[in-house]
Design a binder for this molecule. Structure first.
Ligand code: UTP
Length: 294
């Protein structure tokens, strides 16, 4: 492989958050099970990781999240009903949502203390190798090549840590982790600093990090201190920022359209975009949209 950087075989999916922005929908159902078109959020990120060559899928779960692991299980009754009814394409879809035996690993985050803490909870399952983190809140529509697969190409060329990034309006910097970067030389930039949710006046750029990361295992030592940062949460951004300088750190302006599905607006927008990209649905959906805007 490339310059011989160790392969990224494992991905961590933090799914222990409370999902308060969707209440009451998420009182009982995990936010990560909300569907975009025909698949729940968690399945989009699973498929993106699988496409990128990930072999081990580590869920950091919490209370009331059992539905997430069940979603990836074999469902024999359902499959035999679909088979008997000759619903082959539906059967294929169900089978595609099953995780092969021995690939799903679970750990718990007892309290939702922040994303950094959730990632730290996976430290023993990840061990001493580079790994990916995918947040199911962040959905990227990239028909040609998934976001994580694009990041893997950067990793194979440069090693170290890689985050996915996109430009946001200046007034929105206080919602995201923002990159301080060296001069632009294409879609990949060298990260010089990371700031969590800066006010526009203090923001080093408009380039915001989305929920896709390739990280070196040294980040766990940085998370070990478990210091609370912005919003009183243990922040992944703070731990990553401490690796800059010691290891290569790149941000990729990925190709594709990003949807922040952690909130209702992004979630609805994603449903529209994926519906319009679905040939079986697009013509009728366009008709519905025309009717609504008339
Ligand atoms: P969010 O910041 O969106 O938090 O987490 P949340 O609790 O899920 O949602 P809101 O803000 O209350 O509506 C981003 C991702 O990180 C996970 C979440 O499950 C989500 O996938 N997360 C967050 C954890 O696993 N543990 C945490 O302590 C915080």
């Amino acid at each position: 492989m490339g310059q011989g950087f160790p392969p990224v075989r494992k991905a961590v999916f933090p799914v222990a958050g409370m999902g308060t922005r969707f209440l009451p929908a998420t009182k009982v159902m995990p936010k990560e099970m909300l569907p975009i078109n025909d698949r729940p959020l968690i399945q989009y990120v699973y498929e993106e990781a699988r496409e990128a060559g990930i072999e081990e899928f580590i869920f950091v779960t919490g209370r009331h999240k059992e539905m997430l692991e069940e979603h990836f299980d074999h469902q024999p009754e359902l499959e035999s009903v679909l088979q008997a009814r000759g619903k082959d394409s539906m059967l294929d879809k169900v089978r595609d949502s099953e995780m092969p035996a021995g690939r799903l690993f679970l750990t718990r985050q007892p309290k939702a203390l922040g994303l950094g803490h959730a990632v730290w909870c996976a430290a023993r399952l990840v061990g001493a190798e580079p790994f990916a983190v995918l947040l199911p809140d962040d959905i990227v529509h990239a028909p040609e090549q998934g976001c994580l697969a694009q990041m893997m190409e950067v990793y194979r060329a440069r090693g170290g840590n890689v985050v996915a990034a996109r430009d946001v309006p200046l007034e929105d910097t206080s919602k995201y982790g923002i990159v301080d970067h060296a001069a632009e030389d294409g879609p990949v930039v060298e990260v010089r600093g990371l700031v969590e949710k800066p006010a526009p006046a203090a923001a080093p750029s408009r380039l915001s990090v989305i929920g896709r990361y390739i990280l070196q295992p040294e980040v766990f030592a940085q998370l070990e201190a478990q210091e609370a940062g912005a919003g009183g949460e243990i922040q992944l951004t703070d731990a990553m920022a401490r690796l800059i300088g010691a290891q290569p750190f790149s941000a990729l302006r990925f190709a594709g359209r990003h949807f922040d599905c952690g909130g209702r607006l992004g979630f609805i927008a994603a449903n529209l975009a994926f519906g319009l990209a679905d040939p079986g649905l697009a013509p009728q959906l366009r008709g519905v949209l025309d009717g609504l805007s008339a």
